[in-house]
Write a protein that binds this ligand. Structure first.
Ligand code: BES
Ligand code: ZN
Ligand code: ZN
Length: 486
């Protein structure tokens, strides 16, 4: 999709369709007032005047998330229409229409980014395996903005487009089916990413390297899979020297059957989405390269399947991890933390970042606790957790800070090893999983590390807002907004 700022009134712009917003039910300056009143237009309404090629959406305010959702409502009504171009009016809230002041300009920029995101995210569909599909036909969006800096306005639209395209790129990876999307396919995609941007480099490591590195927890999870494990390292380096080095670590389970502690069939379904954390880190790198962010950004992806078979790792096994900590396996379905502990250890030693953030669909407990719409922000540094939550929420994603406490720590004690990989009963499961990872965070990284449990929002069974059913790209927008607001 192409987004263009037009610095004149929308009435003078030619487009196939027009989307207009009405704040609440205030129809004072609306040319279609009588028609809308006649149709019973009120707060929350969407009214499509098809013969006029115009659709009205009632919005409660002009906040970025309201705009994204409003656009998704309009596109839902217009799905199936063969529209090539859409025009949007000047957003008519006094707060964003004044122009002139810096604060007002920033508000306009946030609104414009959100508009681009709203279109791109809502227009997404995964049609790979549908014989008959009707993808969205919109190619051009004109946004009418007057009385403000056009260069900045265009940059804001571009930023929104980049962020949303990166999210859609991740959705494609998450939605791709497990017989196709193997760890080797993820390597191929990561290499393609590096070929597309000269600022991005990709290195991939297979079984032999993992053995040499003593990454025995990661290797154990892979044991029953016909596809070898892959550690992928993507690096984005800006043209000028970077001020900061940020490292994202992603859980990349291309399939999680649970292993010998096998999942019930209803829970196993959708576990192709257990690669969402790793996929998100790829999207983050893509967007960093396109936005030319001034930070050095790394992505470390731990990629494997968790399968069953005669060679599978077992409950009762003890694994010696890369850092030397021994882990008693009491549940093979708590595999994500086994992959991540070795990857986090590797990232600290090999990347030495200023910030270390892992993204993982780690626990069902996080979904039970927070629901389908919220990710958990876990770590030792409360100020960092809160700062991340605040910045990330500008993206429209929801985050909640979860705090460790010392009572939970002994629950990970093992009678035969340094630590066990799960706590029977599962109480406080999102936090105990976080505490397991914390065992692998060195003292000097304790305050620099965050663990994001994206198990709830990463994959949705039923569409909501601008998320079609399936992979959502959770974590991408949150992490990008956090970096943009640093
Ligand atoms: N991949 C799952 C977590 C998950 C559950 C993600 C639901 C998305 C939706 C993870 O590997 C897992 O199975 N965790 C176990 C841990 C338990 C055995 C301690 C869980 O949450 O049940
Ligand atoms: Zn699992
Ligand atoms: Zn898993």
């Amino acid at each position: 999709m192409k987004f263009k700022i037009v610095d004149r009134d929308a009435t003078n712009v030619r487009a196939d369709y027009e989307i207009r917003f009405i704040i609440n039910d205030d129809l004072t300056n609306c040319t279609d007032r009588e028609l809308l009143k006649f149709s019973g237009f009120e707060k929350g309404s969407v009214c499509n005047l098809a013969s006029a090629r115009r659709i009205y959406v009632s919005i409660k305010d002009t906040s970025p998330e309201t705009l994204r959702i409003a656009i998704s409502k309009a596109l839902k009504v217009l799905s199936g229409y063969r529209i090539k171009s859409v025009k949007m009016p000047h957003i008519s809230s006094p707060a964003v229409s004044v122009g002139g002041t810096e604060a007002a300009m920033e508000e306009i920029e946030a609104a414009l980014s959100a508009i681009a995101e709203g279109f791109e995210l809502s227009a997404y569909s995964f049609d790979e395996y549908k014989t008959d599909s009707k993808p969205c036909t919109i190619e051009e969006v004109y946004v009418s903005v007057t009385g403000c800096d056009k260069v900045r306005a265009e940059a804001a639209l571009k930023r929104g487009r980049i962020i949303a395209e990166a999210t859609n790129y991740v959705r494609d990876i998450v939605n791709e089916i497990p017989q196709v999307y193997t760890p080797q396919r993820m390597v191929a995609d990561a290499q393609k990413l590096a070929e597309s941007y000269y600022t991005v480099k990709c290195q991939d490591y297979g079984k032999d390297y993992l053995k040499a590195q003593d990454m025995n927890a990661f290797l154990a999870v892979n044991q029953a899979s016909p596809h070898g494990p892959q550690l992928i390292h993507l690096t984005y380096k800006p043209k000028k020297d970077a001020e900061l080095k940020i490292c994202f670590v992603g859980k990349g389970l291309t399939y999680d059957s649970g292993g010998l502690s096998i999942k019930p069939s209803t829970s196993m379904y959708t576990m192709k989405a257990d690669k969402s954390g790793a996929a998100a880190t790829m999207g983050i790198i893509k967007a960093c390269a396109e936005m030319e962010l001034p930070y050095e950004v790394h992505a470390v992806l731990g990629v494997t399947e968790n399968m069953v078979g005669s060679g599978a790792y077992k409950p009762d096994d003890v694994l010696r991890t890369r850092g030397g900590v021994t882990v008693e396996v009491n549940n093979t379905d708590a595999e994500g933390r086994l992959v991540l502990c070795d990857c986090l250890s590797w990232a600290q030693d090999e990347v030495k970042p200023d910030y270390l953030i892992d993204l993982a669909t780690l626990t069902g407990a996080c979904v039970v606790g927070l629901g389908d719409y919220t990710s958990g922000v876990i770590g030792n540094n409360y100020d960092f957790q809160v700062a991340f939550k605040k910045a990330a929420e500008l993206s429209g994603e929801n985050y909640t800070v979860l705090e460790f406490n010392d009572h939970l720590r002994p629950l990970l004690d093992s009678k035969v090893a340094d630590v066990r990989n799960s706590v029977p009963g599962g109480m406080g499961g999102a936090l105990t999983a976080g505490l397991f990872l914390d065992k692998f965070i060195k003292e000097e990284y304790k305050d620099k590390w965050l663990h994001l449990d994206i198990a709830g929002p990463a994959y949705v069974g039923d569409a909501w807002g601008y998320n079609p059913a399936g992979g959502t790209g959770a974590g991408v927008r949150g992490c990008l907004y956090w970096m943009l607001n640093k």
